[in-house]
Design a protein around this ligand. Sequence first.
Ligand code: SAM
Length: 276
Amino acid sequence: THFGFRQVPEEQKEALVGDVFSSVASSYDRMNDAMSLGIHRLWKDSFVSSLLPRLPPSFHDPDNSASGPQKIFKCLDVAGGTGDIALRILDRARDKFACRDVEVEVVDLNEGMLNEGRKRVAKTMYYNTPQIRFTHGNAQSLPSHIANNSIDLYTIAFGIRNCTSLPAVLSEAHRVLKPGGKIGVLEFGKVTNPLFKEVYRQYSFSFIPILGKIIAGDADSYQYLIESIERFPSQPEFAKLMQEAGFKTGQLREGKGGAWTDHTGGIATVWTGVKA
Ligand code: SAM
């Protein structure tokens, strides 16, 4: 691949990623809050509301279940970890559209993260409902029960940069989405403003490993996370990869009508596309 882990052989990379997330799973949510000063919550809120400005009309129809088989809006949240995105999708559908005909399957490579997610869901109204389930699996070759053309919305948040092959992840996403289905990728972008870029660099390289050591007792894992951010492609490079995988995107620029939207100066970026 062009991006990431040049020095780590492919077979070792997944094991390495596994170790990183096993060692941080239980402190993962606290670390996110500490590292981003809580801002990751706003990025995630905005990610989910931009992908679900509304639900397709049939899902607002109170007779959805009366006429023919009940329709379900199917979401797949890949590298979904502790369920942050999945729970936001379900909450938005319920709070905003009074709709519970939405199901999210969370797929993640790490059992530790999945178990944290399961524990978290046990405290919500979605516990023991078909609305959410957690599945062990790899973004690069999704579990075989997820059929071609079966998904309405595919999300991946802060997960794709850990994958060995970005084209493999995108082509799997494209395969399982229904024609017209949407993909949303939330990931660390590149900060373009030179001054802000330097501040961000200093912050990441000095402060984050220290926070990692204090909160998670593990500076190395967080050092790894920072390096993975640096290696990830730029906003236009990633948008091109999406197009190469067959997605229709906006134009190759930031903002309305563009292929991506930057948050906090490009620290985080949302790319969206549609399966043609
Ligand atoms: N989406 C969650 C969030 O935004 O809080 C979790 C993000 S966490 C930084 C990255 C997740 O990606 C971890 O849970 C890790 O296990 C998972 N992951 C890494 N490589 C993966 C792969 N190839 N397939 C599926 N999940 C993967």
